[in-house]
Design a protein around this ligand. Sequence first.
Ligand code: FE2
Ligand code: FE2
Length: 328
Amino acid sequence: MDTTHSSSSGADGAGPELQEHFEATIARDQRVEPRDWMPEGYRRTLIRQIAQHAHSEIIGMQPEGEWITRAPSLRRKAILFAKVQDEAGHGLYLYSAAETLGADRADLTERLIEGRQKYSSIFNYPTANFADVGVIGWFVDGAAICNQVPLCRSSYGPYARSMVRICKEESFHQRQGYELLMTMMRGTDAQRTMVQDAVDRWWWPSLMMFGPPDNDSPNSAQSMAWKIKRHSNDELRQRFVDMTVPQAERLGVTLPDPELRWNEERGHHDFGTPDWAELKRVISGDGPCNDRRVQRRREAHEEGAWVREAATAHAAKQAAQAREGAVA
Ligand SMILES: [Fe+2]
Ligand SMILES: [Fe+2]
C-alpha cells in the first residue's frame, strides 16, 4: 500500500482511507502485517511491549542459569540447560518480531543495559535453593502461559506467530518444574521444606507478573482496543490463581495467602491483595537483584563483542564470495 500520496492528512499524516483500512482490519480480527500502514502509537506500543518481552526472556535466563553448575544430577543439569537455552530462543524470536516494526536490535539491547527499558519484575528476585528452579517452572512459566496464550491472537502478525511456538515451549517448562517439585515432595522432609519455602517466596511476586490492578493500569485500555492485548491484568491473574490452586493441592504445598478460598457464587477463587508498593519498587529498579541482573547482562554483551564482530566479518566474506561466484 502506498502511504506517500495521501493529500488529506489524518492521524500520523496518513489519509483517512489508511486509517479506516487499519481499523477495519482490527475490527474483523485480521492481522496487521509489517507491510501494512499502522498508526505510530500502535507501532510504538508494540515495539515497547515486544522489546520488554524479549528482554524478560533474556534476563530470565539468569535466575535459573545460576543453578546449571549446581544441579543435583546430570539429568537435572541437562533439563535445566535445555530450558534456559529455550528462553534465549524466545528472546531471539521476539527481537526479530520487533525488527519487523523498524526497531534496531542493537539499540534495544543498549536500552536494556542502560536501564531505559524494562523487563518482567519477577526476574529481580533471587533463587535461594534448587526447589526455586521447580517453582519458577511451575509459577513463572505458568503465569507466562496465562499471559501469552491470548497473545497468539494478538492483532500484530509476527508477534502472534512467535507466541505460538513460545507457548508450546513454556507449557513444557511448566510441566518440567512441576515434575521436579513432585520428585522433591516424594523425597525427604528437608526437600519438602525446600519446596514449601520456595513456594512461599515466589507466590506473591508471581501474582505481580500480571502487572498492576486494572484500575491502575493506564495503557491497558488502548492496548485492548487495538487487540494487542485480549484480557485485563486482573482477569489473567484470576485465571492463574484458579489454575494453580488445584495443582498446589495435588502437590501437597500451601499457598501463602490466608484469604485464598473458593467462591461458589463467582465460580472463582478469592485471594488476597499483592503488595503493589513492592511491585512499584521492583519495577522502578529497587528490587533485590535489579542491579545484579542488568550488570550481568552488560558484561555478557561486552564479552560477546568478539562473536558479533566475527559473525559480521564472516557474513561479509560469504556475501563477497557469493558475488564472485555470480560473476565467474
Ligand atoms: Fe520463555
Ligand atoms: Fe519458559
